[in-house]
Design a protein around this ligand. Structure first.
Ligand SMILES: Cc1cc2nc3c(=O)[nH]c(=O)nc-3n(C[C@H](O)[C@H](O)[C@H](O)COP(=O)(O)OP(=O)(O)OC[C@H]3O[C@@H](n4cnc5c(N)ncnc54)[C@H](O)[C@@H]3O)c2cc1C
Length: 509
């Protein structure tokens, strides 16, 4: 405890010096005591109206109701859970798991002494299991709405004033929902590229890639972000030849450089091919297959690439179509994101925005945090989200998870730092289960030992990272983690050993 508080004291000094991104610091360190609610003058019918039932919107609605606010949530999709539950996080993780099981059964079970005469993919059954998970979870949120007395309106909402939303009901007809506070949580949508038309059959977005009826022989993924790599992994494991075309010189640009290189090598070992610094000039699906014309990003000789299916995974764009933002004068930035202050308030009093539709990482857990904090502000309480500590996970196998600064960011800040690493090849649990590809990398400030960033590549990195998230939240030192007793034999011991390697020496390597 003494060590933790020591690190925290030092940390708070450093924070003001140079470690915190200034806009984030401004956003989250503002004194919240002066907040007064910006109620608009409409009907008092609802305290809070949420437009959009994704992880940002449904969480905001439930939290608002829990805080005693009369709440309505409007959702146009017909099911709750937004992109995440319907066409994002959940179906992708279902397919990642099923395809991993197939791959393991085919390639690894025999070495563990488990033999089958043959292993086959039953794609319709795999899709049905994914759909069942989605249905159960989306219905579960409807149950949570009932439990918390959130009023649920199914339909397309658009502003008629800053306190009134007109809803074209999915069942026909129109209704007006009034609220003292309106939260825009309309999320994001697939982004295509100029000249490429997504038909969700042969040229698909992530939504189409989650529902292919056949395993493509050749799949080309445009964009080496986490969604492209996850979906590429799914179909690669099921037998597709996967080529990823990326304009930038590296995959997943937000990742720590060293971990990224190791990650790319691992994916290449899994037979995923990468064409980096490459531009897609055109995509032609008029023939039997799809033909892509490519060009070096810096310009030069063109080449062609054949595919059965092309996945366009070039990012997502904020979704505000048909919402009537112009009618009430809500400000957006150049790429259409709604601008909010540190309390999630737009320039229009009583109108708030959260999640993918505002600046910040487009992640479900970030949207949820936004939702809770926004509603706490509305209720006159204090809300808080630390954007510097939103973990990021790529759910391939192995997974890659990170929190805090990358080594490149630490260098750019000019901070003296130490690095501690520990490979899973030296972790007994990873060796016992023969799944030892990966590493833990910890960056700590040299003078104080305060942890600045943690990067993990491991089979279950998405779970392991939360020890690090908590450590960063509490301003822990690497010695704090190193002196914390970790159960044996666990993958988590690699985090402890990497922490030992950061402030002193590891034992097992
Ligand atoms: C393939 C894929 C995989 C992903 N995997 C992960 C992951 O593993 N982890 C992670 O953290 N994130 C993941 N994401 C991102 C995650 O899904 C989003 O960050 C998250 O859903 C954003 O939540 P949101 O509530 O802001 O918006 P959304 O989830 O997009 O929800 C917005 C909702 O608003 C509704 N809506 C829009 N306009 C209106 C209107 N006018 N009236 C009524 N309703 C409206 C929409 O129908 C939608 O349901 C993934 C995304 C994709 C596409």
């Amino acid at each position: 405890m003494a060590m933790a508080s020591f690190a925290r004291r030092k940390a708070s000094l450093l924070l003001s010096k140079n470690l915190c991104n200034s806009s984030d610091a401004l956003r989250y360190s503002l004194s919240l005591t002066s907040f007064s609610r910006g109620f608009s003058s409409g009907s008092d019918e609802n305290d809070v109206v949420v437009i959009g039932g994704g992880p940002g919107g449904y969480v905001a609605a439930i939290k608002a109701a829990q805080l005693g606010l009369k709440t309505t949530c409007i959702e146009k999709r017909g099911t709750l859970g937004g992109t995440c539950l319907n066409v994002g996080c959940i179906p992708s993780k279902a397919l990642l798991h099923s395809s991993h099981m197939y791959h393991e059964a085919k390639h690894s079970f025999a070495s563990h002494g488990v033999k089958f005469p043959s292993v086959e993919v039953d794609l319709p059954a795999m899709m049905a299991q994914k759909d069942k998970a989605v249905t159960n979870l989306t219905r579960g949120i409807e149950g949570l709405f009932k439990k918390n007395k959130v009023n649920y309106v199914k339909g397309y909402g658009k502003f008629i004033s800053s306190s009134e939303v007109s809803v074209d009901s999915l069942e026909g007809g129109n209704t007006v929902v009034k609220g003292k506070n309106i939260i825009i949580a309309t999320g994001s949508d697939v982004k295509s590229l100029p000249g490429i038309t997504i038909d969700e059959k042969r040229i698909v977005s992530s939504t189409g890639a989650l529902a292919l009826s056949e395993i493509p022989k050749k799949l080309v993924v445009i964009g080496a972000g986490y969604i492209g790599l996850e979906m590429g992994s799914v179909w690669g494991r099921l037998g597709s030849e996967v080529t990823v075309v990326e304009f930038a010189s590296e995959i997943v640009p937000t990742m720590d450089g060293e971990v990224r290189k190791q990650f790319q090598r691992t994916l290449e070992k899994q037979k995923m091919k990468f064409l980096l610094k490459t531009k897609v000039v055109s995509v032609d699906s008029s023939g039997d297959g799809v033909r892509l014309t490519l060009e070096p990003a810096a310009g030069g000789e063109q080449s062609t690439l054949e595919a059965d299916v092309v996945l366009v995974s070039a990012g997502r764009t904020p979704f505000t179509a048909g919402l009537g933002l112009d009618k009430i004068g809500v400000e957006t930035d150049k790429v259409g994101r709604i601008l909010v202050n540190e309390r999630f308030t737009t320039n229009v009093p009583g109108v708030y925005a959260i999640g993918d539709v505002i600046p910040g990482p487009m992640l479900a857990h970030k949207a949820e945090e936004d939702g809770v904090a926004c509603v706490e502000f509305i209720a006159g309480k204090e809300g808080h989200v630390d954007y510097n500590l939103v973990p990021g996970v790529v759910y391939t196998h192995p997974e890659v998870a990170s929190v805090g600064k990358t080594e490149e960011q630490v260098k750019a800040l000019g901070v003296d730092y130490r690095v501690g690493k520990f490979p899973f090849l030296a972790n007994s649990r990873a060796k016992a289960i023969d799944d030892a590809e990966g590493v833990v990398k910890i960056l700590a400030e040299k003078e104080t030992d305060r942890i600045l960033g943690v990067h993990i590549m491991a089979p279950n990195a998405g779970e392991l990272i939360h020890e690090a998230v908590l450590a960063l939240h509490y301003g822990a030192s690497s010695e704090d983690i190193a002196r914390t007793c970790h159960a044996h034999p666990t993958m988590s011991e690699a985090v402890k050993e990497a922490a030992m390697a950061t402030y002193d020496k590891p034992i097992h390597i």
